[in-house]
Design a protein around this ligand. Sequence first.
Ligand SMILES: *Cc1c(COP(=O)(O)O)cnc(C)c1O
Length: 384
Amino acid sequence: MKSEQKYSLETHLVQLGVGTDERTGAISPPIHLSATYRHPGVGESTGYDYTRSINPTREILEKGLAELEGGARGLAFSSGMAALTTFFLHFTQGDHMVVSEDLYGGTYRVLDQIFANFGLKVTYVDTTNTTAVAEAITKNTRALLVETPGNPLLGISDLAALGQLCRERKLLFAVDNTFLSPVLQRPCEFGADVVIYSATKYLGGHNDLCAGVLVAREEELGDQLYFLQNSTGAVLPPFDCWLLLRSLKTLTLRIDRHCLSAMLVASWLEQHPKVTDIYYPGLKSHPGHELSCKQAKGFGGMLSFRVESDELARAVLKRLRLISFAESLGGVESLMTLPAIQTHGDIPEAERLRLGICESLLRLSVGTESVEDIIADLEQALGD
Ligand SMILES: *Cc1c(COP(=O)(O)O)cnc(C)c1O
């Protein structure tokens, strides 16, 4: 893009990196693998010195991510957990955070088994209940971290109300937006200070890349997070930056299809006699449906459902032909998991059961294959 004209998000995504290589005019930006850069003289610099600190390919990606999110600074990491870990390093001993209880298992693990040793305190609450969040705030609380839709039960937290609460109580408001992407939900517009992604999921979209992202709404926090990124070094390598840039160009197309298909699959599962519960924010029966309509442009491609028995859940996973029984989500290939054993296996059993993550609960990442084929696979796997 040549001008500073305001284009739509969709256009920005497609045009990422175009026109950044002035020397050749390359449409696809080059991958700069150089670890270090030659200085013209003492006290002179091309603007690049060492690739952990700055890399031209990563720079295109990071600037693009900030722009997509409406934030001041984007940072790309080697995984979603690296992004989350870097965010947690922003806090010090004795600080307290309020965190969604319907949470990615790895986030729970790093807080509970690593950051707890350094004196970072965490209270897990049902963030779909704003009052419960307010009640969990103590004098040492510094931040609120929310995942919405939640994982794996897809609960919807009220971003506007929580943003307001964080402003009033002077808390950092962080949102893990992995399940929806900026195409569907832009937390900065609701006052989020930091938006977090596992870019391994929808942003990457092809199950071939592990990456993470932090976007800070304000320059000052962005600079502080950059200091942590550069100091601790979990940066995304140049080749992976390029791969993520390429993936982002089709994000809108992919997300549209994920949403369309997930809605059809959820409606189909809802009327299946062996499915006892279904969790998809697009369904009118979902308690967060109305709120989701207000704060997101779509409901995403993730859904969970409970079947009659634990045995049936295991049988379904065994019988799947098209859909892969595999961890992760957000790629073009449909994947199904058993959260109690896999993604949420590190949450203590009693806590897991209290949350409703039992062994008859299956989570499906609806891919972009023909939706008829996805439904046919579910039909044969559920048996008659
Ligand atoms: C997968 C995931 C993460 C962790 O990201 P990795 O890229 O696997 O390190 C964090 N949050 C959510 C919501 C996720 O789905």
